[in-house]
Design a protein around this ligand. Sequence first.
Ligand code: GLN
Length: 303
Amino acid sequence: MDFQPILESIASECAPLTREGAVATYIPALARVDQRQFGIALRTVDGMEAAAGSATTRFSIQSISKVLSLTLGMQRLGERLWERIGREPSGDPFNSLVQLEHEHGVPRNPLINAGAIAVADRLVSGDAHAKESLRALVSDLAGTPIAFDREVANSEAATGFRNFAMANFMKSFGKLDNPVDEVLDLYFHQCALSMSCAELAHAFSYLARDGRHPDSDQVVLDPKQTRRVNALMLTCGTYDAAGEFAFRIGLPCKSGVGGGIVAVIPDRLTLVVWSPGLGPTGNSVAGMRALELFVEKTKLSVF
Ligand code: GLN
């Protein structure tokens, strides 16, 4: 299939939609991003690439990083990772506190904030350089050096009151082993990784390759772990819009409040879209439409 003209037509159809929604303002550094941008990139499992729009512009990957930290956690801890994290969709916003009290500080899944904070805690244990370990994994997967945007990380640390509340709450239930500040330092930095659509399509390729590294046969995750990550993305990757995403797009997806969305078509390709205007559930409006158009035009689906 020739994907290049398909991505170009999606980019032009989605251009007017970049006016819709609004950039995330609760993280001051993200509020300054120009909303009228759109990028789309894909990479097939055998390394063919296609892209349109601002596909090489780097943006803050935000919650997309939750899949990458989960991957590092699964590599390090295997099944033990699940001792303090569930696997159920939350049906609540990504930064909701309500379920945590009912469920005694055990987050619903690793792709909401509380769950990613729980993963960060496990990564900090026994690794004095957890931030660097994560950055090294992401750079290796992307095939190019990836850096933290310190301004975004500092901005989020200065205004991350809800994330501090969540982490303290989990700590009060005895579900965090490390000091809240150390855990959130990793969490805020992972959210502040700066990557383009093309780099993300490359980095996430292991999820379309049964866990094999994007550029080699090295094992990033085993096939069973990979199926699980894709299943979590389908059911939990877009927060309380996961049902709507499954209905309209039907692919494992992970979004972030920077406006990026990564989608995986196992055994075929990874597809990444970015546009900063967010709808009410914190997902990119133009990005969601772009994914829907891609599935309509190519008929590629997991169902
Ligand atoms: N860094 C953001 C936060 O913790 C990530 C949220 C997101 O991308 N949905 O609020």
